[in-house]
Design a protein around this ligand. Structure first.
Ligand SMILES: [Zn+2]
Length: 287
């Protein structure tokens, strides 16, 4: 008897039983049905870690990630709507208010920084004129034969652009990129060009309009720095090319047809490492 082919939920098919919405966007069902820039980047960084995380067998860095993520969401909710911000605060007041020492009862320092970042943007004329449009807009489409989802911070179809808010340490901070063998800014380090390229493509498929992506970055410095950043189109084309080359393999890994390739250096890989080879001192650094 022939074995049934593994189910590939995300490969483009006409039947759709799962309806994506703002309530289920970050849930397991959504990830089963759609690829997203976040997950694609995770697979590009380490297939073994990404697969374990997708299956719920591994939780990355629970403590450190949480505050960063919450601070980011706190800022995003402010610019989404007054209601969203109030909801965020009432749902997370426990994590946000200090319960010990001299600062007991006060907003924790991370959130004071976030408030300064919010003030820096909300008092900026260019930002308030630019940040107009549909907030938290969900888009879907098909890229390289697979269904994708995206959530745009602010989409302005009339003026033909969308905006993604990013928080970062410093605008000019340098990161070593071992793929390109050079120093790169945070936008390229975190492959935001891939996210913007996917969003641009999904908006085009859903609305027939080619939008320009802008990153509005605000820093955690005191006082915060800020910038509106565009991405050269060749960077976005390169990102779509990388997706096209690697996505079929990722889908096979997710479907269990191919084994995930471990990166060998992330927290997941270190925890599961078994000594096998003896290496030369020359192999220790990224080339
Ligand atoms: Zn790894």
């Amino acid at each position: 008897m022939m074995q049934a082919a593994p189910k590939k939920d995300r490969v483009n098919s006409s039947h759709q039983t799962f309806i994506l919405s703002s309530d289920n966007y970050y849930g397991q069902e959504a990830n089963k049905n759609f690829m997203s820039p976040t997950w694609c980047k995770k697979f590009m960084e380490c297939e073994a870690e990404a697969l374990a995380e997708l299956r719920g067998d591994w939780i990355p860095d629970p403590d450190e990630d949480k505050t960063n993520l919450l601070v980011g969401n706190y800022l995003h909710s402010y610019f989404e709507s007054a209601k969203a911000h109030e909801e965020f605060i009432s749902n997370h007041s426990k994590e946000m208010i200090s319960t010990r020492g001299k600062t007991k009862g006060q907003l924790k320092s991370d959130y004071k920084v976030a408030d300064a970042m919010i003030d820096s943007l909300k008092n900026d004329k260019t930002f308030t004129q630019l940040y107009q449009g549909e907030k938290e807009s969900i888009v879907t489409g098909v890229i390289s034969g697979v269904k994708w989802m995206g959530k745009l911070d602010c989409l302005n179809l009339d003026r033909g652009y969308f905006i993604d808010l990013k928080t970062t340490q410093e605008l000019s901070k340098r990161f070593w990129d071992s793929r390109r063998h050079r120093w790169v800014p945070f936008v390229l380090k975190y492959d935001y060009q891939l996210q913007m390229a996917v969003y641009r493509e999904l908006v085009k498929q859903q609305y027939g309009i080619e939008c320009e992506p802008y990153i509005v970055a605000v820093t955690k410095q005191s006082p915060p720095d800020k910038a509106v950043i565009t991405i050269p189109h060749e960077y976005m084309e390169d990102a779509l090319q990388r997706i096209d080359e690697q996505l079929p393999h990722f889908e096979d890994v997710i479907a269990g047809v191919q084994a995930p390739v471990p990166c060998g250096s992330c927290a997941y890989c270190r925890e599961h490492k078994q000594l096998e080879n003896i290496i030369s001192v020359d192999d220790l650094l990224d080339s």
